[in-house]
Design a protein around this ligand. Structure first.
Ligand SMILES: CC(C)(COP(=O)(O)OP(=O)(O)OC[C@H]1O[C@@H](n2cnc3c(N)ncnc32)[C@H](O)[C@@H]1OP(=O)(O)O)[C@@H](O)C(=O)NCCC(=O)NCCS
Length: 171
């Protein structure tokens, strides 16, 4: 996706990762050391935002497949689900923006791209929601601003139904 001359694409060898710092050590270390490995092992697919021709990563997110236990869903959703032990979702495992670029709309840009990509993929491989693991309460606030809802008794794990995402992109 290109917008305002920014580019979001799959993480590649040419991207500058070492300078990335978002203030959360775990998310920095993940991009510096783990993201490439997880991509090669098909565990998580990392996507990065840059402003070409500069290859340095301004922000990133990861997507993976996940199953969520039937019992984890709120009752009003659970009662409409088939009785499978787990329901398929898309996990937005990590999302972060470099500290020097906060408040410039990159978080929203990355999240929108992740939701669009997840929705597109769900038209070929079933997925009933996008689920996020917020790293702390501030991150939870960020996701709630985009209508994510926390699972009952799991305040840092939130979901947005794929039907809601589809509606947002189809109008
Ligand atoms: C959370 C994070 C990704 C936001 O990135 P950002 O580029 O500063 O966010 P944006 O500029 O795109 O802001 C988008 C909107 O979200 C809002 N927002 C940002 N952080 C928010 C928060 N903690 N709570 C509520 N709203 C928030 C902004 O006000 C903005 O609203 P607007 O569109 O009405 O103006 C960034 O602060 C970050 O990387 N934090 C550290 C890592 C992290 O917490 N990751 C998320 C969970 S793993």
């Amino acid at each position: 996706m290109t917008a305002d001359k920014y580019l979001i694409e799959a993480l590649g060898k040419h991207h500058g990762r070492s300078v990335f710092q978002c203030g959360t050590e775990e998310l920095d270390r993940y991009l510096h050391q783990q993201a490439g490995q997880e991509e090669r092992r098909n565990v998580a697919m990392p996507f990065v935002l840059t402003k070409p021709p500069v290859p340095d990563v301004i922000g990133y997110y990861t997507l993976s497949a996940l199953g969520v236990d039937h019992e984890a869903w709120p009752l009003e959703i659970a009662k409409k689900l088939p009785r499978y032990p787990q329901m398929p979702v898309t996990l937005l495992g990590r999302l972060a923006v470099d500290s020097g670029h906060r408040g410039e709309g990159h978080g929203k840009r990355l999240l929108t791209d992740a939701l669009y990509r997840s929705w597109q993929a769900s038209r070929q491989i079933g997925s009933m929601a996008v689920v996020v693991e917020a790293i702390d309460q501030r991150a939870r606030g960020f996701y709630e601003a985009f209508d994510f809802v926390a699972f009952p008794d799991q305040e840092l794990r939130l979901y947005l139904p794929m039907a809601t995402i589809a509606k947002a992109f189809t109008g």
